[in-house]
Design a protein around this ligand. Structure first.
Ligand SMILES: CC(C)(COP(=O)(O)OP(=O)(O)OC[C@H]1O[C@@H](n2cnc3c(N)ncnc32)[C@H](O)[C@@H]1OP(=O)(O)O)[C@@H](O)C(=O)NCCC(=O)NCCS
Length: 246
């Protein structure tokens, strides 16, 4: 499935019907823990923001203490075993029929293009206390790759039009961000770059992938569900305003 140069598919076929990341607090999705963020909004008051999965008994306690639900987010996992059939995921890459499209792993020389892509897409990431995305720099991406993260991208006639970055958290690899240029969305490219990362990492021994995002991000949710990610119970964002001195 994986080619020796790390790329998964080269698609260079006639044009079809194509017309022209997120720093989700994702680590929580597998920890099952309650997280609290204090957000200063003025000098005298702060917002206490707490993330709790909706099946957590602490929800009732928070509501009793005056916290209100101010948003929802989701986490999802994709697990395999040694005998898993990844052909449906590989098909997501191989079935792409966009002229000039190459899907491959991104390395150091690609990072400037990733910054340009992410800068163009920054405005499209939903922003909430639970899912916030800061546009990366070459330095931050280099640090992530040096720390073990890996990235895959889709290039059309050499232009990077999509990228995904995944990072290891022990045995679990979490999607840090995925984005596709607006003109190329809805054509399977977002799912295809994620699929390329999953197949390559599976070949390298990874069996557990995680992701997540804001409930409002139906495109991201759709792309992950299409790949087989299984949703966890939703996460609630609880907020309560309280005096800063508390
Ligand atoms: C999220 C994003 C990466 C998806 O990329 P994409 O290339 O448009 O998605 P795909 O075309 O691969 O779609 C894959 C699946 O998701 C579904 N989907 C795509 N867009 C959707 C939408 N707006 N609403 C609902 N489902 C959607 C498709 O139906 C498709 O499923 P199918 O193949 O079974 O029909 C893209 O919209 C994007 O860059 N958004 C801005 C950045 C962002 O929010 N990133 C995610 C947070 S890290």
């Amino acid at each position: 499935m994986e080619e020796s140069d790390g790329s998964l598919a080269r698609v260079d076929r006639p044009r079809s019907n194509l017309e022209g990341s997120c720093s989700y607090l994702a680590n929580r999705s597998c920890l099952g823990t309650l997280r609290k963020v204090t957000q200063p909004r003025d000098e005298s008051r702060v917002d206490d923001v707490v993330f709790v999965r909706e099946d957590d008994p602490r929800c009732a306690d928070l509501e009793g203490r005056g916290y209100a639900i101010t948003g929802y987010s989701w986490g999802a996992n994709l697990r395999f075993d040694d005998d898993s059939d990844l052909s449906p995921i590989q098909d997501r890459v191989e079935s792409m029929s966009i002229e000039g499209l190459i899907i491959r792993e991104l390395l150091g020389d690609d990072l400037v293009a990733v910054v340009v892509l992410e800068s163009a897409n920054a405005i499209d990431y939903p922003s909430s206390p639970a899912a916030r995305h800061g546009a990366p720099s070459v330095e931050s991406l280099t640090a992530q790759l040096d720390g073990g993260a890996r990235a895959w991208g889709a290039l059309v006639f050499g232009e990077l039009v999509a990228a995904t970055l995944v990072a290891p958290h022990d045995e679990r690899w979490n999607t840090e961000f995925t984005s596709v240029l607006p003109a190329f969305r809805g054509n399977g490219i977002g799912a295809a770059v994620k699929a390329a990362s999953i197949v390559a990492l599976y070949c390298a021994g990874v069996r557990w992938f995680s992701t997540g995002g804001a409930e409002t991000n139906s495109a991201s949710l759709g792309a992950n569900v299409a790949l087989g990610y299984v949703l966890e119970p939703r996460w609630r964002t609880y907020s309560r305003r309280s005096p800063a001195a508390e």
